[in-house]
Write a protein that binds this ligand. Structure first.
Ligand code: ADP
Ligand code: ZN
Length: 435
């Protein structure tokens, strides 16, 4: 049974009706309270009365991250500070962090959404949940914490960092569930190995990972190294935080908490809805938030809807795992390259570890992409010729598949800085790209 059967399994016609009602309410709410939206709607000549059907959402204007930056810190908020109980900010992965404001009801709804996720993953009252997401301004730590409390499991609020302590508490307290970014989970697994502790033999059975894109291969690597089941959790600060979408045990995409968020997928170039089942940019409208509702927020995250009725019984639509952000895309001498494409190749190779960095530089008029990747211990111990052979293999594969010439440098195991939160794998040193 889901955590909230009434909503998670609501018949679709009822769910759409509910969404329509909440959408109209939200449009009215921001029209009355947020000059930014009032003006946008006026310009478009649109009001809540024009929303007769959920599909009419396309009549509404988009909101982008820069609108939030331009209205920093509270310009886009719909309640005065005295009605708010919490402020968070985003991580700032792509520039100046943006603010999120919450009323008590917003925090409550958010906790409910996270509780649904945890319950779907199989977290229960008897679990000790080691929460290694950063506590503080970042939404991950407190977001998960509230959900853990809501379902009455036991929180271990360790936050991020202190990796040795993560491992020893995991052992001492018999942690059963770990929450962190996938890249930090790999860091923890590696530290355990160094400490001579085999996580696979500990009671840890489940991992809840999100906040950054991660591939199926990374999932398998983590599952194998930790001896656990790894589940995906998705969210973003602009919509409250983690807990917007979650995998069920069938793990064919993540259910979106549709009573709280209306999801669309648009073509990022034309901004038109994509044909059913096609990939595009995820656009989200919050349906129940009060302090900072956003209309048609362009997430820049790329995904597609999974067109199937889920055997778990939840009626919420599912989205495929995020394959990247539109702004992750590197343009190398005119060729579009997603870091995930390079990652997926590196992860296939036995000769290297899943630790890499992509450095982009300008040489004259040309862009140069340098891939630094850690060799595995054996390869590194080998003579230079063996390393050279591996480098050439990666170079020619990337040339053959992505059409770009890259420099590959195999580096010593353990030398690439380990992530404790969101991994920063791309360093773009081109003068016009510095953020
Ligand atoms: P920032 O945009 O500064 O990173 P947030 O800390 O709010 O701000 O992070 C939200 C973003 O993190 C999402 O838009 C998405 O790009 C990424 N993200 C969150 N969860 C996942 C996930 N499960 N899979 C892939 N990407 C994710
Ligand atoms: Zn399901």
């Amino acid at each position: 049974m889901p955590w909230n059967n009434e909503f998670e399994c609501m018949p679709l016609d009822e769910l759409r009706k509910f969404q329509l009602e909440k959408l109209k309410e939200t449009v009215e709410w921001v029209t009355a309270r947020v000059p930014f939206y009032r003006q946008l709607f006026q310009k478009k000549g649109i009001s809540a009365d024009d929303i007769k059907n959920i599909k009419d959402i396309v009549k509404l204007p988009f909101t982008v991250k820069n609108d939030l930056r331009d209205n920093y810190p509270f310009g886009i908020c719909a309640v005065p500070i005295k009605e708010a109980v919490r402020i968070h900010t985003s991580s700032g992965t792509t520039g100046k962090p943006v603010t999120a404001l919450y009323t008590e009801k917003d925090v409550n709804d958010w906790s409910e959404c996270v509780a649904r996720c945890l319950w779907a993953y199989g977290v229960r009252e008897h679990d000790i949940v080691q929460n290694a997401y950063g506590y503080g301004l970042f939404t991950g730590g407190l977001g998960l914490h509230q959900g853990i409390a809501r379902i009455n499991a036991t929180a271990l609020p360790i936050s991020t960092g202190s990796t040795e302590l993560q491992v020893s508490l995991m052992q001492d307290f018999k942690t059963s569930v770990l929450c962190s970014t996938p890249s930090y989970a790999l860091t923890i697994a590696e530290k355990a190995l160094e400490m001579g502790i085999d996580i696979k033999r500990l009671p840890l059975r489940l991992g809840i990972f999100g906040a950054e894109p991660w591939s199926e291969k990374i999932r398998l690597t983590i599952e194998e190294r930790m001896g656990i089941k790894a589940m995906d959790i998705f969210g973003l600060t602009e919509m409250g935080g983690p807990g917007m979408a979650y995998e069920c045990r069938f793990q064919n995409g993540s259910h979106i908490n549709e009573d709280h968020y209306l999801a669309e997928i648009v073509n990022p170039a034309t901004l038109e809805p994509v044909p059913a089942g096609e990939k595009g940019e995820l656009v989200l409208t919050s349906l129940q938030r009060r302090a900072m509702p956003l209309i048609r927020f362009r997430t820049k995250d790329i995904t597609r809807f999974v067109e199937e009725d889920c055997p778990c019984g939840r009626t919420f639509v599912k989205m495929e795992r995020i394959s990247g952000r539109t702004d992750d895309m590197l343009i190398i001498n005119g060729v579009n390259v997603f870091p995930s494409q390079i990652e997926s190749f590196l992860l296939d190779m036995e000769e290297v570890a899943p630790q890499y960095r992509l450095i982009v530089r300008k040489r004259g008029h040309l862009d140069k992409l340098i891939i630094q990747v850690e060799a595995n211990k054996e390869i590194y111990a080998h003579n230079r010729a063996k390393r050279y052979e591996t480098e050439s293999k990666i170079m020619s594969h990337i040339k053959g598949n992505l059409g770009i010439r890259v420099d590959v440098r195999l580096v010593e195991p353990g030398t690439i800085e380990r992530s404790t939160g969101k991994a920063a794998r791309v360093v773009d040193e081109r003068p016009d790209q510095l953020r």
